[in-house]
Design a binder for this molecule. Sequence first.
Ligand SMILES: C[S@@+](CC[C@H](N)C(=O)[O-])C[C@H]1O[C@@H](n2cnc3c(N)ncnc32)[C@H](O)[C@@H]1O
Length: 316
Amino acid sequence: MTGALQSCNKTLLLLQICLKRSLLENVTYFVYAHFLGIHSFAFYRKSEFLNGFLMNGKVYLVGAGPGDPDLLTVKALRVIGSAQAVVYDRLVSDDILALIPHGCPRFFAGKSCKQKAMTQDEINALLVSLAQSGKDVVRLKGGDPFLFGRGGEEALKLAHAGIEFEIVPGITSAQGCGAYAGIPLTHRGLATGVRFLTGHRMAEEDALKLNWQSLADPETTLVVYMGLVNLEMIAQKLMEHGMPADLPAAAIQQGTTQKQNVLLTTLNKIAALAVEHKLEAPTLIVIGKVAALHEELQWFSDNKIVAESRYFSKNQ
Ligand SMILES: C[S@@+](CC[C@H](N)C(=O)[O-])C[C@H]1O[C@@H](n2cnc3c(N)ncnc32)[C@H](O)[C@@H]1O
């Protein structure tokens, strides 16, 4: 019985795939069915037919990595190449957008701290409706979709709407920026662990609710996403809770791209220097002893280093 069901499912799936590929978009089809002595017929367009009777498309939540297109995974490259619709974020680079098949509809869902091109509800609704129209959708996000990327929220909406989805992980900016700035986040002897934090919610919500005491561990590297706006407060709180003022700290702007900038300094100076050097998003903050290794391990040839990055070799 199970075998018969499985083979029936396989045949249906094959039929669905064949129909999905072969039916033309702007043609109305006449559909006739005969079941238990009942005859029925109707006219359908392709999307109505696939949506109502055959299959929805699938949504791939894809991590595009931190910027360098060479950091895209093989799987990401494959699914982008066969996308029937793409919904992408602000941090997805032009080089990666160039990989989208010619003629494939693309939707900008960009968001930044200050402005929102689409609300999260609108993005969720767009993903569901594109999939329901029978399209295989690639939802392209900077870095990794499950790390400060709201990928979990979108996946939940898809699950609730009964839309099939896959998560394609990407290199998160902590990994990409760490590597391209020559900062090994858990260098033996300097850090026993690493914590990824968001610096963004702190402005909106009760900052004191954060466990600053537990964050203020000089043996653990802190990587702060979206931390530029609240950098002064973050550094101040960490020092108040015991982090040394001269703890190395780095700000990596547009990491892994040709525009990468690394500011290497100390915890007590980083906020003022970030303002002085007019750092802008996307910038990642790395706080901890490992940041100082940038001096010796910087390798990325296009790395432009702002003035204070010489601090350690001159002063320590
Ligand atoms: C909304 S979060 C998205 C994080 C993303 N999902 C990831 O895994 O990297 C955006 C923040 O990630 C960091 N970020 C992303 N790409 C970056 C890059 N190329 N260079 C520096 N920071 C980056 C910045 O802190 C930025 O404000």
